[in-house]
Design a binder for this molecule. Sequence first.
Ligand SMILES: [Ca+2]
Ligand SMILES: [Ca+2]
Length: 205
Amino acid sequence: MKHIMSLLLAAGLVSTAQAAVFQNGGFESGDFSAATSFDTIYAGNSAITGWTVVGSVDWINQLWQNSEGTRSIDLNGSGYGGMKQTFDTVAGRSYAVSFDLAGNPARQSLKTVNVSAGNFNNAYQFDTAGRNFNNMGWASHSFSFVAQGNSTTLSFISPTNDDNTYWGATLDNVSVAVAPVPEPETYALMGIGLLGLLAARRRKH
Ligand SMILES: [Ca+2]
Ligand SMILES: [Ca+2]
């Protein structure tokens, strides 16, 4: 049996890789080291369950109003920063992502975050003017992407500039779900609509 298994492994017919599902989108779980209002986490530290830190971020613990639970992320810890997570996908399938965005109001300015996943890439902005720790003004965003392979990396990167270096865009409540596939009836209706359109165009000529 062992022999058969190793043959299958060698042939690439079975995989020993653990399935990685998207997790901890609200940044609630992990090894929070300090009983403080925030903990600066640097690249290479895997304290935040499921996530990879780019540069440095601040893991916020009740310092300000979160959009979900008691923790969230300041994407600029002490300089350039961001968060990435890689999870299993099916190539060619569409996924829906949603997230809540605000900004560290300790520096009033326009915050920017570059978001990418699969074939999707976009920059989002949040203006912290008039906001404070008790009134963060969290804004919900959503988008969909098409997976390019059997795993996808979702990333939120905050560029560094004078106003973002220590006080970045803030992130909470990230979710990833398989986007609903249109019902066959929808395709049929779309087809009929398209035929009608083509017929109408032909009549014009
Ligand atoms: Ca949270
Ligand atoms: Ca910070």
